[in-house]
Design a protein around this ligand. Sequence first.
Ligand code: SAM
Length: 259
Amino acid sequence: MLSYQHAYHAGNLADLHKHALLACALDYLTRKDKPLSYLETHAGRGLYFLDGAEAVKTGEARAGIRRAEAEGWLPADHPLLAALAQVRRGYGPQAYPGSPLIAAHFLRRGDSAHLAELHPAEHEALSHVAGFATLHRQDGFQMAQAVCPPTPRRGLILIDPSYEVKADYTAIPRQIGLIARKWNVGVIALWYPILTDNRHAPMLDALAAAHPHALRSEVAFAPARPGHSMAGSGMWVLNAPFGLDGQAARIEAIFRRAA
Ligand code: SAM
C-alpha cells in the first residue's frame, strides 16, 4: 500500500538539497549539444503548491525553499532558481516544481524522458504536467530495467524512493548494480534520508563497496518535528558530470552556514 504523498514535504530542506544538485547536473549535461535521456523511477506528481493544505499543514517548505529564498541562500544564477522561476511563470507564485518539472526546464527538443510513478492519484496528476515525457504507471525499478540502456545513451536517472518499505534499503544497491551494468555511461543519482537510527548506513556501505568513485553529498538539518527521524539529506551520484562535486561542496557549505 502506498501512503507517502510528497505534497506534504515539497520544498523542504531535503528537496532543496536534492533539487539543487539535480538542476546543476542537468545544467552541466545540457551544455553539450548532444541529446540525452532523463529517467525517474519515483517521479511524484511533478507540481506542488506551497499554499496547498498539505504544505501548510507540515510547514516544511517554510523551513526550506521559503527560508532559502528569503535569506538568499542560492546565488541568483543557480540553475534551480531558473527552473523555479519558469514554473512560477506558468503556474503562479506559490508553485514549486517536483523533479520532473525541474528536468523539463532543462530538456531540449530531441531529448527523451521516461517517468515512473506507481500511485494512481500521483500518476494522474503527473500526466497533466508531464506531456514532454513517456509516463509509466509501474514500479520504477521495473521501468528502469526495461528502458536501460535508453536512447539516446547519454543521460541521467534519478532514483528518489519514498523508503516506505524497509526492504528498499537492501534492494537499492542491487537495483543500482543492474542499472549500472546495463547503462555504464548513465549518470545514476540516488536520494536518501539521513536517519537518526542510521538505517541508511548499510545501503551506503554496499554502494561504496561496489562503486568506490561515486560522489556522495550530505547535509544535516534539524528534524522537521520533534521525534522525526530524518536529520539530513543525501545524494549519491555515479558518473557525476564534471563540476558537480564543486556544486555539492557549495550547497553543503550553505546548509552548514544556515544551521
Ligand atoms: N522525485 C519527486 C520529486 O523530487 O519531486 C518526489 C518523489 S516522492 C519522494 C516518491 C514517489 O514514489 C511517491 O510519489 C510515491 O507514490 C512513488 N512510489 C512509491 N513506490 C513506487 C514504486 N515502487 N515505483 C514507482 N513509484 C513509486
